[in-house]
Design a binder for this molecule. Sequence first.
Ligand SMILES: *[C@@H]1O[C@H](CO)[C@@H](O)[C@H](O)[C@H]1NC(C)=O
Ligand SMILES: *[C@@H]1O[C@H](CO)[C@@H](O)[C@H](O)[C@H]1NC(C)=O
Ligand SMILES: *[C@@H]1O[C@H](CO)[C@@H](O)[C@H](O)[C@H]1NC(C)=O
Ligand SMILES: *[C@@H]1O[C@H](CO)[C@@H](O)[C@H](O)[C@H]1NC(C)=O
Ligand SMILES: *[C@@H]1O[C@H](CO)[C@@H](O)[C@H](O)[C@H]1NC(C)=O
Ligand SMILES: *[C@@H]1O[C@H](CO)[C@@H](O)[C@H](O)[C@H]1NC(C)=O
Ligand SMILES: *[C@@H]1O[C@H](CO)[C@@H](O)[C@H](O)[C@H]1NC(C)=O
Ligand SMILES: *[C@@H]1O[C@H](CO)[C@@H](O)[C@H](O)[C@H]1NC(C)=O
Ligand SMILES: *[C@@H]1O[C@H](CO)[C@@H](O)[C@H](O)[C@H]1NC(C)=O
Ligand SMILES: *[C@@H]1O[C@H](CO)[C@@H](O)[C@H](O)[C@H]1NC(C)=O
Ligand SMILES: *[C@@H]1O[C@H](CO)[C@@H](O)[C@H](O)[C@H]1NC(C)=O
Ligand SMILES: *[C@H]1O[C@@H](CO)[C@H](O)[C@@H](O)[C@@H]1NC(C)=O
Length: 473
Amino acid sequence: MDGTNLFHIFVSLLFLYNSPKHCLSRTSPNVTTDQSALLAFKTSITIPPDHILATNWTATTPPSVCDWVGITCSKLHRRVAAVDLPNMGLIGTIPPHLGNLSFLVRLNIGNNSLYGDLPKELANIRRLQYIDVSLNNFGGQIPEWFGAFSKLEFLNVQNNSFSGSIPQDFGNLQSLKVFSIQFNQFTGSAPRTIFNISSLEVLAFTGNSLSGNLPADLCNHLSNLKFLYLSDNEFEGQIPPGFQECSRLQLLALSRNRFTGRIPSEIGNLTMLKTLYISFNSLEGRNPSFLFNMSLEEIYLPVNNFSGSLPRNICPKPLLRQLLIWGNKLTGNIPSAIGNCTALTRIDLQENNFTEYGHEGLVSTSCDVYSFGILLMEVFCRKKPVDEMFTSDLSLKHWVSEALQNDVIQVIDSSLVRKEEEQFAAKVSCISSIFELALNCSAESPEKRINIRDALALLMKIRLKFLANLSEN
Ligand SMILES: *[C@@H]1O[C@H](CO)[C@@H](O)[C@H](O)[C@H]1NC(C)=O
Ligand SMILES: *[C@@H]1O[C@H](CO)[C@@H](O)[C@H](O)[C@H]1NC(C)=O
Ligand SMILES: *[C@@H]1O[C@H](CO)[C@@H](O)[C@H](O)[C@H]1NC(C)=O
Ligand SMILES: *[C@@H]1O[C@H](CO)[C@@H](O)[C@H](O)[C@H]1NC(C)=O
Ligand SMILES: *[C@@H]1O[C@H](CO)[C@@H](O)[C@H](O)[C@H]1NC(C)=O
Ligand SMILES: *[C@@H]1O[C@H](CO)[C@@H](O)[C@H](O)[C@H]1NC(C)=O
Ligand SMILES: *[C@@H]1O[C@H](CO)[C@@H](O)[C@H](O)[C@H]1NC(C)=O
Ligand SMILES: *[C@@H]1O[C@H](CO)[C@@H](O)[C@H](O)[C@H]1NC(C)=O
Ligand SMILES: *[C@@H]1O[C@H](CO)[C@@H](O)[C@H](O)[C@H]1NC(C)=O
Ligand SMILES: *[C@@H]1O[C@H](CO)[C@@H](O)[C@H](O)[C@H]1NC(C)=O
Ligand SMILES: *[C@@H]1O[C@H](CO)[C@@H](O)[C@H](O)[C@H]1NC(C)=O
Ligand SMILES: *[C@H]1O[C@@H](CO)[C@H](O)[C@@H](O)[C@@H]1NC(C)=O
């Protein structure tokens, strides 16, 4: 007799001895167990009488938990497979009984007012794939036994009060795709084992007190990573090289840490990167111009020590939407090719050492807002300041301001607008808005002038409105 047959006989004997009825009545948890667990949860939370759970979660025989609000049962076993109670205003704690939901795959109790520890009995739920306890008041250490959920794909504990270090065992979660511990009070270094989870797509540590250097081989195993949030921590040292291995990266957030040194040029190899946040560090280096050669849509570099000038061809692709680089040591002109950044909606270049606008540059942020206003009028007016007609700024301003009240077309450069063209009205309205802004900029008394930051923002708005008008037609 071979081993397989022996096995079959053994199994049959087992069934004879333990009839299913006998078996159930003794040890096997069933849907009644699930009902008890959920009722225990109900008693551990404060529910106003008019809350849906107050009437809906009612014990019945036989149990009908599968019809309860927020509960989904598995088709096969008719056991509770998912608890979805987000945004319910629940106040209370998680009882240990919840660990009896042995068929639970998804636990989503985000955005309530639950507090206390996560009971260790939850570790019994080996099937868990999805845990969202975000936006609650849970505290204490993050349980080490989370590391035992070998099927876990989604773990979000963000916006709670967890503290202590991130357990090494989390590196065992080799199916994890989303891992967010943002906005807690975690300390210590990020365990290297985490960066070994090759399934990771989102890794979010922003808003803790994590410290130490990032591992030099940070990206070696993270070829699926799309979003990396490490801002608002106490990380220090260099930004590690080797970022080209994180080849799917779309967002990299390293702001408000203590990073020093240069931006590694390997970042330039990230062809899918759209957003780069590295503000408020002590990064340096001349001319991080490779950044402008990528497909970035948002560049945030404020308050670092970058020097050098902006590249002449600043927007080779018109993708850039936000460019914030105030508070650095950049010099030179603001390139006139900034006009090629047609998607730009927000720009802040202040507190650098850019030169006044000259023949090369269009706008200088350190230039006074008065000159900017005059420049705007010069650009859009029929007459140039060389015209004898204008002996002073005053006459230009006067001319524009008169025209705004009467017939603005008279002063608009005729090569810019023609009466017979389709966009005539949209263009005139746009230029009128620009003239109004220009007049404000060049108001005689300085305290009446809009500041340059707001002026640039307004200019962007005018542009957007113009584009919107065009698309309506
Ligand atoms: C579940 O098991 C309990 C004993 O633990 C038993 O009394 C009950 O009848 C069972 N319920 C169902 C629905 O099988
Ligand atoms: C609970 O709510 C669900 C879905 O709204 C409904 O189907 C079910 O009948 C309700 N059960 C009770 C006991 O009210
Ligand atoms: C959280 O839930 C409340 C209702 O309890 C809702 O008003 C709020 O929008 C939710 N917040 C988020 C971030 O989903
Ligand atoms: C999470 O907490 C941070 C910091 O307190 C806060 O800025 C953010 O709005 C919170 N997130 C949500 C979704 O409420
Ligand atoms: C990461 O994984 C590799 C191979 O999969 C292994 O050799 C290495 O020891 C792991 N590193 C850590 C810190 O777990
Ligand atoms: C990074 O990009 C440079 C220039 O585009 C290229 O020469 C280099 O091979 C790339 N490196 C990697 C590791 O992809
Ligand atoms: C820039 O460098 C100067 C001089 O080295 C230093 O004093 C300053 O703190 C640095 N600024 C930033 C934001 O790192
Ligand atoms: C940007 O790309 C162009 C063409 O691919 C290349 O010639 C140039 O050297 C690049 N500039 C920087 C600063 O990487
Ligand atoms: C800007 O340039 C001026 C004069 O060249 C210099 O005194 C100042 O230190 C520079 N500021 C910065 C932030 O580099
Ligand atoms: C702006 O873009 C146009 C068209 O792509 C290009 O011909 C021109 O050289 C760019 N301007 C600058 C200053 O790079
Ligand atoms: C210019 O705009 C600012 C703010 O938008 C306003 O406070 C000020 O009164 C305006 N000045 C003139 C001269 O219109
Ligand atoms: C499962 O949960 C424990 C608490 O962790 C309870 O003490 C048990 O009574 C419960 N078991 C069942 C079958 O409901």
